[in-house]
Design a protein around this ligand. Structure first.
Ligand SMILES: [Zn+2]
Ligand SMILES: [Zn+2]
Length: 160
């Protein structure tokens, strides 16, 4: 059983909880950034044909600092809210549009696949310009020394 593919029959009607876990590759997250397990904790609410999933997913992304070029791990925790309707309650066209515009998912009454939503939620959290830490001083422009390890001995330059 793959994590993040919910078997709806195993949950109590009304409200229930689940903890999911999968390899990053199982939710479509690829190397080199994604090497670790993805974990999720959710509250599942089933009400008629509507399933609401609330919770969060956690993982760590392996990134390279744009300032000092050092590799580091960035812990991520992303809150998620997912609404899923039963397939057949709308036309195929409407369903495509709802999936695209309102991030609504669909289930067939038995399975609800959260993998795509989990993948997107984590990808959206990746910084465009990753810093190993917010105040990373980066590399000396003259000698290339890593300034977080201490001054490099070059003449300090005036900040511009
Ligand atoms: Zn850095
Ligand atoms: Zn230097």
């Amino acid at each position: 059983m793959t994590g993040f593919v919910l078997d709806l029959a195993t949950f109590r009607p009304g409200m229930d909880r689940t903890e999911e876990e999968a390899a990053a590759s199982d939710v479509g997250l690829l190397q080199p950034e994604w090497r670790e397990q993805v974990r999720g904790t959710f509250v599942i609410e089933q009400s008629g044909a509507r399933v609401t999933v609330r919770g969060s997913v956690q993982s760590r992304a392996h990134l390279e600092c744009v300032r000092c070029l050092r590799e580091f791990d960035l812990p991520l925790e992303v809150p998620m809210v997912i609404y899923a309707e039963r397939t057949g309650s709308t036309s195929r066209e409407e369903q495509d549009q709802l999936e695209r515009d309102d991030h609504m998912l669909f289930h067939d009454g038995r399975r609800l696949d959260l993998r795509e939503a989990v993948r997107e939620a984590l990808l959206l959290e990746l910084p465009i310009t990753p810093y190993c830490r917010e105040d990373c001083p980066g590399l000396c422009p003259s000698c290339g020394a890593e300034l977080s390890l201490g001054p490099c001995g070059c003449t300090p330059q005036a900040d511009d």
